[in-house]
Design a binder for this molecule. Structure first.
Ligand code: PEP
Ligand code: MG
Length: 579
């Protein structure tokens, strides 16, 4: 049994068989063969080794002709390894006596060699390890006859263990079969993490290199609450986690009973609980959890995972579906927030060494006006058939906001000229997720109908910590006193001017922050639908006075660790059983 620590990004426990996908998307195969298949398997292995050898020989010759023998030497080394008698004997032995599949044997043997090289000091040894991985992939490619594993096509229940998953790959996972996932890379605020939470599958990211220790078919446990992955668990651990899964089910049933009850504090103050969605399909989850509307629709997911930009019609259909399904409840459409970790077909900006500080979000929309206008037209057209609001992301200056509003006004004018109906009084809001916006709140209050605080970005821009980088994940926290001050500043300014303000970052769905945020003056939360019931339970169990006390105490503390500990204690006083 091996227990590895990563970053907890989507709660819950999943137990199952590992599907291992390495950094090139290769699926590392399952282990055993039927007894009578041994001879065929040995032959398959022989053919794959021969084919790999021929490929390397071809490369060697080409490189030797073009660049000379020195450069070709690397391929000679690869050839030596593929032809190595000891390696072949080892592989044959694994297939013959342990009944391992050829793929599994190759993967296991070569990864063991690579690990030895990795454990040795020095650049040259690290390069040898890379060579061995290279050879492994080449042989696997010949055995499997394909390159990338299509994760979207998984058809039996698995835990996906991968080097990395992009937000769109994650969004395309089928939650019926993918019970959870773990990645070697990734940080706490990455969109991959957010999508996992939205889909309600337990996930852990940023574990660091571990795929060399697992094989397809190994049993594993993903503990999305503690941020751990347990490989090949012993019986006792399995039994304990199975019990935990049962308890989770019981808690979910308990929370279900809250659905029809209002989110109201114990002293009768109404709290609005909205849902965050990425796809129209998630509306159902919002309705099941009894949300008061959609506080954040991340429309950019329409652009991800497909080669072509969505047409005005496909935007319109998606928006209409959401607006109509919500039956008059508010739906906040955030305009496209592409760039940084959410990429698609636009040409890459030329100098994007810091994509989170680059041509992202509203900046990108204002640079690609046609794209932006197409989306705005669709939102406007849908606005007559539901309670739709429009919100601009990542606004950092007033001029930027005014430009975005101008593009919206242009789109309105176009529609008017064409005789197409839309809601003239559509409410226009902005995300508050950049420190400059908070510093300028007294001006922004004059220009928008509502705000939504995006703590996922605010944390990274306030603390200068990349939200998707595991190496600085310890610094990325909403419990930092500087972040809390910023949130308080935004809330105070909006509340003072009576401009509605919500909070739609992940902090909103974390019950540990609920009392603090209410105490700071927040009355509208927008969270991943799955998180809504627990937040509602906290709201219904506390008074405003209690929350204000919590926020006062938090504001007297000067570091994230103390704040986190204090908030945890306060929450456990209200609910001893919450994690
Ligand atoms: C945020 O930044 O808090 C937010 C809600 O937007 P996103 O996570 O999509 O950047
Ligand atoms: Mg954001």
């Amino acid at each position: 049994m091996e227990r590895l620590q990563g970053i907890a990004v989507s709660p819950g426990v999943a137990i199952g068989e590992a599907l291992v996908v390495d950094n090139e998307g290769f699926r590392i195969p399952r282990r055993f063969l039927p007894r009578d298949a041994v001879d065929d398997e040995l032959e398959r292995l022989g053919r794959a080794l021969k084919a790999a050898e021929a490929e390397v020989e071809h490369n060697r010759q080409q490189v030797a002709e073009q660049l000379g023998d020195d450069y070709a030497a690397i391929f000679s080394a690869h050839l030596q390894m593929i032809r190595d008698r000891h390696l072949r004997e080892e592989l044959d032995e694994m297939i013959r006596t342990r009944h391992y599949s050829a793929e599994y044997s190759v993967s296991r043997a070569l990864r063991r060699y690579a690990k030895v090289f990795q454990s040795l000091e020095g650049q040259a040894m690290a390069e040898r390890a890379t060579d061995v991985f290279d050879i492994e992939k080449r042989i696997l490619r010949n055995l499997l006859g394909m390159r990338r594993e299509e994760l979207a096509h998984v058809i039996s229940p698995v835990l996906v263990l991968a080097h990395n998953l992009t937000p769109s790959e994650t969004a395309n996972l089928n939650p019926r079969f993918v019970l959870g996932f773990v990645t070697e890379t990734g940080g706490p605020g990455s969109h991959t993490a957010i999508v996992a939470e939205g889909m309600g599958i337990p996930a852990v990211v940023g574990v660091g290199s571990f795929l060399t220790d697992v094989s397809g078919g190994d049993t594993a446990i993903i503990d999305g609450d503690q941020g751990q992955i347990i490989l090949r668990p012993d019986e006792e651990t399995l039994a304990r986690y199975r019990h935990e899964v049962e308890e989770q089910r019981t808690l979910a049933v308990k929370l279900e009973t809250l659905r029809e009850l209002p989110a109201e504090t114990a002293d009768g103050v109404q709290i609005q609980l909205l849902g965050n969605i990425e796809f129209p399909g998630e509306v159902e989850q919002c309705k099941q959890r009894g949300t008061d509307g959609i506080g954040l629709y991340r429309t950019e997911f329409l652009y991800l995972g497909q080669d072509e930009d969505p047409t005005e019609e496909s935007h319109y259909e998606a928006y209409l579906e959401v607006a109509q399904a919500m039956e008059g409840k508010p739906v906040v459409m955030r305009t496209l927030d592409l760039g940084a970790d959410k990429m698609r077909t636009l040409p890459d900006p030329e100098d994007e060494r810091n994509p989170f500080l680059g041509l992202r979000s509203i900046r990108l929309a204002l640079r690609h006006r046609d794209l932006f206008r197409t989306q705005l037209r669709a939102i406007l057209r849908a606005s007559v058939l539901g309670n739709i609001r429009v919100m601009f992301p990542l606004v950092s200056t007033l001029l930027e906001l005014r430009q975005a509003k101008m593009v919206l006004a242009d789109a309105m004018e176009d529609l008017e000229e064409a005789g197409i109906t839309f809601d003239r009084d559509i409410k226009v809001g902005m995300m508050v997720e950049v420190p400059s916006a908070i510093l300028m709140m007294d001006h922004f209050v004059e220009e928008v109908d509502f705000f939504s605080i995006g703590t996922n970005d605010l944390i990274q821009y306030c603390l200068a910590v990349d939200r998707s980088n595991k190496d600085v994940a310890n610094l990325y926290t909403g419990a930092d006193p500087a972040v809390i001050r910023m949130i308080a500043m935004a809330l105070d300014a909006a509340n003072q001017h009576q401009v509605p303000i919500s909070l739609c970052g992940q902090m909103s769905g974390n019950p540990q922050y609920t009392m603090l945020l209410i105490g700071l003056g927040l009355r509208s939360f927008s969270a991943t639908p799955a998180a809504v019931p627990e937040v509602k339970r906290v709201c219904r169990s506390v008074t405003i006075e209690q929350c204000e006390q919590v926020s006062r105490h938090v504001r007297s503390l000067d570091n994230a660790r103390d704040i986190r500990t204090y908030l945890k204690e306060e929450l456990s006083k209200v609910f001893p059983e919450l994690p």
